[in-house]
Design a protein around this ligand. Structure first.
Ligand code: URA
Length: 467
């Protein structure tokens, strides 16, 4: 179809809107019929989306065409770039060049890595402007976890972020309204048109937001397993490879770790409980799988940012911060800089303090016992997540209130031995009686067998590294 009329008035949207020789119906048709969109065409599409010149029907049709026909690497990189520049791009002082880093996780159960990683990296001397999300789904997101700390403010302007980064070295904040506005529009339509689970669209959505932070290096934690949105290794590998290409193609040194998410990470699931476990980890007393993941993700970033000459050295540096008091000190400083009262932040970070004097905890607890003796072969992360969500830790629609104090404390791990009739999990809940349905779901989550576990991830969750 060749455009014959040339008009593009504000507020006018529709099939006759033609600009720079492009028009939406012809772009939709091209993608629908399996064509490859050029960089200019993708940039036009995103510009029109942000201006509000694309009709809902056209947007849904284009997303469905992209979903069904797929985007190749080049289209994905071009879409990522166009989305990145659809709004503000954060800017940092020149002297930070090479040292601005961040992590993205595809999300898992008990995944509190960001809370430990940001301050540990700041203690290593790099800058971490961590822009995070809220949880939609079973468990809270990083921002929800942090908001369980009284006073913690996740809504910082760019200027305020810059100040915290100057003074502390890291901050963890929500997305400002004009960071990648195209993603907000596309994501809302993807959500209601069944076009979310597409590698090209997921990649451009995630990577554009990270590139808009003007990072020098990015590490991706791509989770695989029962508690992850990608259940199999092949899809995780494909997404990781595409995201690494798009990140590198956008000028950010990017690496991905494929990590196991069959069972919950660490021992705690739930907002305030995960803050408590993060504080333990920042004191060097965290569970091994969480500590290892922080070291491996952080090590990759330190190495990429040139703060270590090899990976082992990078791992040693970040591990050092968890044991010499510098990572926990950064966490205290970040809390104070983001609104938490100084005496409260200091008390939370004092070694040996019961943090639940300060953090919210649910009113009641119930112990779940093992029905047999043997070795733990599995703790189904999804079943744990579903119960945690039903207790009120997560939300099913944006804006819903959540309960900070509810959640699970697992006192065993895959590979460990448990005795019949002993507690392997404590559930924290607000209702007086934990519904029987939740008890049986949690009992079902534990898989105990007489023989020892051969394939337990011996202390590390990392399955592979994609560069
Ligand atoms: N997270 C995002 O930000 N975007 C997606 O498309 C999927 C997960």
């Amino acid at each position: 179809m060749r455009p014959t009329e040339k008009y593009d008035q504000n507020g006018i949207s529709g099939e006759r809107v033609i600009s720079n020789g492009f028009c939406m119906p012809s772009l939709i048709m091209k993608k629908r019929d399996g064509g490859k969109l050029t960089r200019n065409e993708i940039e036009y599409f995103i510009r029109q989306v942000v201006k509000g010149h694309v009709q809902e029907g056209q947007l849904g049709a284009m997303l469905m065409a992209m979903f069904i026909r797929s985007l190749d690497n080049e289209e994905t990189t071009n879409l990522t770039r166009a989305m990145t520049h659809s709004g503000d791009v954060l800017r940092w002082p020149d002297e930070w060049k090479g040292s601005v880093v961040d992590k993205h996780s595809t999300g898992g159960v008990g995944d509190k890595v960001s809370l430990v990683l940001a301050p540990a990296l700041a203690a290593c001397g790099v800058k971490v402007p961590m822009v995070s999300g809220r949880g939609l789904g079973h468990t809270g997101g990083t921002l929800d976890k942090l908001e369980s700390i009284p006073g913690f403010n996740v809504s910082l302007s760019h200027e305020a972020m810059l100040q915290v980064m100057k003074n502390v070295g890291c901050c963890i904040v929500g997305q400002t309204s004009n960071l990648v506005p195209a993603d907000k529009i596309l994501y809302a339509t993807r959500d209601v048109t069944s076009t979310t689970e597409n590698i090209g669209l997921i990649t451009s959505s995630i990577i554009s937001k990270k590139v808009a932070e003007s990072l020098d290096a990015l590490v991706l934690d791509v989770k695989i397993g029962k508690g992850a949105f990608l259940k199999d290794e092949q899809s995780a590998r494909e997404l990781a490879t595409r995201m690494v290409k798009a990140g590198n193609g956008s000028g950010v040194k990017t690496v991905a770790l494929l990590t196991d998410m069959d069972s919950p990470l660490g021992h705690m699931v739930g907002n305030a409980l995960e803050v408590a476990e993060s504080i333990h980890c920042l004191h060097g007393d965290g569970p091994q799988d969480l500590t290892d993941l922080v070291i491996r993700l952080g090590g990759q970033l330190l190495f990429k940012a040139g703060h270590a000459s090899g990976l082992q050295e990078a791992y040693n540096i970040i591990n050092g911060t968890l044991h010499n008091g510098t990572a926990i000190a950064k966490f205290a400083a970040m809390m104070k800089a983001q609104g938490v009262k100084a005496d409260l932040a200091d008390r939370l970070c004092e070694k040996g303090v019961d943090v639940f004097e300060i953090l919210p905890r649910a009113k009641h607890s119930t112990q779940i016992k093992s029905e047999m003796s043997g070795y733990v072969h599995d703790i189904d992360a999804m079943k744990c997540a579903v119960v945690t969500g039903k207790l009120g830790a997560g939300r099913t629609k944006a804006g819903e209130a959540i309960s900070f104090g509810v959640g699970l404390h697992l006192s065993t791990h895959v590979g460990k031995h448990v005795e019949k009739d002993t507690t392997w999990m404590t559930v924290y809940h607000n209702e007086e009686k934990l519904p029987d349905m939740f008890v049986s779901m949690l009992e079902d989550a534990l898989n105990v067998r007489p023989e020892p576990v051969k394939t337990a991830h011996k202390g590390t969750r990392v399955v592979d590294v994609i560069t």
